[in-house]
Design a binder for this molecule. Sequence first.
Ligand SMILES: NC(=O)CC[C@H](N)C(=O)O
Length: 231
Amino acid sequence: MKIGVVTFPGSNCDYDCYRASREVLDAETVYLWHKEHDLQGVDAIFLPGGFSYGDYLRCGAIAAKSPIMREVIAFAEAGGPVAGICNGFQILCESGLLPGALIRNRSLKFRSRPVYLRVERAEPPFATDYTVGQVLRVPIAHGEGCYTADDRTLDELEAERRVAFRYCDADGNVVADANPNGSARNIAGIVNAAGNVLGMMPHPERAVDPLLGATDGIGLFTSIAGHLAGR
Ligand SMILES: NC(=O)CC[C@H](N)C(=O)O
């Protein structure tokens, strides 16, 4: 099992992803530099959080056109697992691998705090170690995390059960008060039609160590590992 973490200029969660993969999963993990075209034979790819290319133009817009993304898109289209976290989610939307867009938080403020998420989908390759309805506590840190799409796209995501996580309160109720950025229908994460591309604004890679007070993100990493190991 070999995991790749893409690094763009301005990525700042690449080491967190690397560490989660390397130390939590004990998986061989490599960095994939944005200028390269070689995916080094990886079995799964993380697009980490940060401010790729300084968030110029729009968050993720320039990264979506970087050399490595041509290969990431081909890898995803061939069924390879790709998870984009925070800025990674923005890059996936900008590259067309996921529908919709992430726009400025409705508050117009950068939000950095733990939130609760309800697991809406517990399917491979990302979430088999969670159960539907489970409530996770995971940090967010973003200024442009308001997920938006037209009603038809949102209805399609719901009908195809492609909403992966929703913002909720501590009891799992999906209420407006629990929505930190104004995302449509409290959406915190979605998958593509084939289910092998995940984008999510919260940071599971920052919730993998009891020393940091949060471990609910571990399930995402162990689910991917289980999938790759054929479990
Ligand atoms: N932590 C991040 O990945 C930040 C994402 C993005 N640059 C934003 O502020 O919305």
